[in-house]
Design a protein around this ligand. Structure first.
Ligand code: SAM
Length: 332
């Protein structure tokens, strides 16, 4: 663990990545690239270029989730702050924390001291948002955690008063159903009586609208998808030629999730030197790079209940595209 208290007042940053993270990419690549249906987890999209591409995706006309979630926050932030009495925001997968500012505005308006704990795998995002937010909100304490929320939740700093865990952007949809429930159960363990989880989920809707959100006309999402190959080339000394792979976004109507895949345009073999691995791709072969599950109220309720969480509020935008859910530990 690497810990730095920044010369900027109010900022402390801890990192749990480095060697371990490289191992996680190596393990995931070894596992995912040697399966008959190749697959890599989406967290590896997010080096600093991937994070910037994601920020551009959020601005695209087709990518409604960011605008929809933001509109819910705009409408309900003050009520959420009053209802939760939050003194600390712990944000998982915080990214640039753009929408979080709506909550921070509402918290700041109460005049009470607040601590913000952003956790993300992208170091640059944690550091940049810590300096930016302490500048915008004088008196805000930021304890940034550079880490993997699947492996490092137990390293979050000890609670600093009433806690609101924030998990926005529909990122929970990146988990398959069973690990999703296991992860929610781990989040429940972070909550003491009086603490809450505020989580954004994308809703089931017209498949054409969903597909367009993951396959925009400008090709930014395609670039984001192929960024994974750049990460593998740089981190594991692989020789993927990104232009050999086509971006694919499809909706699985049975599972009600979007899948992003990379489809090999030709039969060829890629070398991943750090793993001593030759990986053959057939012409047209697809590798899955992300699932993004879409929710109904029932799916969400069932997931929460099984994971030891009770739904307190279900808030949607006027067009019912996205939901912001507030829950607390069952029995708390
Ligand atoms: C879909 S983006 C959402 C960003 C932001 N919360 C929003 O709502 O716009 C997912 C974010 O989670 C981060 N992330 C993905 N997997 C992660 C993991 N396993 N541990 C920590 N952060 C992760 C990414 O770096 C990225 O910032």
């Amino acid at each position: 663990m690497d810990s730095t208290a920044s010369p900027d007042a109010g900022i402390r940053i801890e990192s749990f990545l480095g060697e371990g993270e490289e191992r996680s990419l190596a393990q995931d690549a070894l596992d995912g690239l040697t399966r008959s249906f190749k697959e890599l987890p989406p967290k590896h999209f997010y080096d600093s270029r991937g994070a910037e591409l994601f920020e551009r995706i959020c601005e695209l006309p087709e990518y409604y989730p960011t605008r929809a979630e933001r509109s819910i926050l705009d409408e309900f932030a003050t009520e959420l702050v009053e209802l939760t009495g939050a003194e600390e925001l712990v944000e998982l997968g915080a990214g640039a924390a753009t929408k979080t500012r709506v909550l921070l505005d509402a918290l700041h308006a109460t005049g009470a001291p607040v601590r913000y704990v952003p956790m993300d795998v992208t170091e640059s995002m944690v550091r940049e948002c810590a300096s930016e937010l302490t500048r915008v909100y004088p008196g805000l304490q930021v304890h940034g955690v550079i880490g993997d929320f699947e492996r490092h939740l137990e390293y979050l700093p000890r609670s600093h008063g009433k806690r609101l865990v924030v998990f926005l952007g529909g990122t929970i949809g990146n988990f398959a159903p069973k690990p999703r429930r296991a992860f929610l159960a781990k989040i429940a363990e972070l909550l003491a009586p009086g603490d809450h989880l505020l989580m954004g989920v994308d809703l089931v809707k017209d498949p054409d609208v969903l597909r367009a959100a993951y396959d925009d006309a400008q090709g930014v999402t395609a670039e984001f998808n192929r960024n994974l190959l750049h990460v593998l080339n740089r981190e594991l000394n692989a020789n993927f030629e990104p232009s050999d792979f086509e971006h694919v976004a499809m909706f699985d109507p049975e599972r009600e999730w979007i899948e992003m895949r990379l489809r090999s345009r030709r039969a060829h073999t890629v070398t991943v030197e750090a793993l001593g691995l030759g990986v053959h791709f057939g012409a047209g072969e697809e590798m899955r790079t992300e699932i993004s599950a879409k929710f109904t109220p029932k799916r969400l309720q069932d997931d929460l209940a099984v994971s030891g969480l009770d739904l307190v509020r279900w808030l949607t935008d006027p067009e019912n595209r996205f939901a912001l859910t507030l829950s607390r530990r069952s029995g708390a």
